[in-house]
Design a protein around this ligand. Structure first.
Ligand SMILES: [Zn+2]
Length: 344
């Protein structure tokens, strides 16, 4: 089948590739409609590796997908042909200890689309377990369905923060993950969110989506702004969706006593950690790796329009232009948030 294949670092091709797509009894076959381009796809394209995951053989990219069920395995009862769906891209070993504990995202054996050596979903069809395939509400488009995966990251972070109604949150970074984290924090009960970035168009977009205050850290001081807004107390929750080395220090500085920092962004290597700065606030520090048990909740929030991700899809390409989409997404305009590729 024709797929978008990463041949090696910086070499992409839309070409025929042999892929086994055997339908198991508990699987569905899905015709892919829309796939979002993720920072990790771009990273593999440009650098060929993320941490320990190294691209050693041609690999199909893409893991943010929505489409239509075209065939169901013999034992599938939850889905039928014609259902519009999105797919959770990480398939754990159902019998692993992590999975049995409910921590299936942490199963060392998890097979995640477009994480080497597992092929991704930028191809006409995929076979996927029905248990990791979710029906879209009627009012949720394929484009929104393909946004569930990044939204799930923000929602998992908001869950880890254990937000209480009325909390004030800070989100460091206004990329796709930063913005969906801000939306998740509001949906989870935060009264307001301060979001930082260095690109005014992204900040302006974030600010248009709710009680979200943009902070351009090139010219504004986050600590002073949050301090002024909270009578000097600080933010209840700080989400780091940027992952730059000094983010943890910045987070601790703006955090209130007893507050929570959630680390979402992945720094390129070890970062310094001022233990005392955390101790004097009894900061709770949480980390996340992808998500677990979030897709149905994300779809419920989209269906009820408590979360609207449509403004985040800023750029669309046809499948024939998939390589161009990746080249654009590697050097996007500052106003770009999410690039999607449409196959349907
Ligand atoms: Zn992603």
């Amino acid at each position: 089948m024709n797929a978008l294949v990463l041949e090696r670092t910086k070499v992409l091709a839309l070409r025929d590739i042999e892929l086994a797509e055997t339908l198991g009894r508990n699987d569905v076959r899905v015709r892919i409609h829309t796939v979002g381009v993720c920072g990790s796809d771009i990273h593999y394209y440009q650098h060929g590796a993320i941490g320990p995951f190294v691209v050693r053989a041609p690999m199909v990219l893409g893991h943010e997908a929505a489409g239509t069920v075209v065939e169901t395995g013999a034992d599938v009862t939850s889905l039928k042909v014609g259902d519009r769906v999105c797919m959770e891209p990480g398939i754990p070993d159902p019998n692993s200890r992590a999975t049995r504990l409910g921590l299936y995202n942490l199963d060392p054996a998890v097979r995640f689309w477009a994480t080497p050596p597992v092929h991704g979903c930028l191809r006409p069809t995929v076979v996927h377990p029905a248990a990791f395939t979710f029906r879209l509400p009627d009012n949720v488009s394929f484009a929104e369905g393909a946004m569930v995966e990044p939204l799930a990251v923000g929602m998992h972070a908001a869950s880890k923060a254990r937000i209480r109604p009325g909390d004030t949150a800070v989100v460091l970074g206004a990329g796709p993950i930063g913005i969906v984290t801000a939306l998740s924090a509001l949906a989870g009960g935060c009264s307001r969110v301060f979001i930082t970035d260095v690109q005014p168009p992204k900040l302006a977009l974030a600010a248009s989506l709710g009680p979200i205050t943009p902070v351009d850290v090139r010219i504004e001081n986050l600590g002073a702004i949050v301090g002024a807004a909270t009578e000097g107390w600080g933010a209840d929750v700080v989400f780091d969706a940027a992952g730059y080395p000094a983010a943890l220090s910045a987070a601790l500085e703006t955090l209130c006593p007893g507050g929570c920092v959630v680390m979402i962004g992945m720094p390129g290597g070890p970062v310094p950690f001022d233990v005392v700065a955390a101790q004097v606030k009894e900061a709770r520090i949480e980390t996340i790796f992808r998500y677990a048990h979030v897709f149905p909740r994300a779809l419920a929030l989209m269906g009820s329009r408590r979360i609207d991700v449509r403004p985040l899809v800023t750029d669309r390409y046809g499948f024939a232009d998939a390589v161009a989409a990746f080249d654009y997404a590697s050097k996007p305009k500052p106003a770009s948030v999410k690039v999607q590729i449409e196959l349907g």
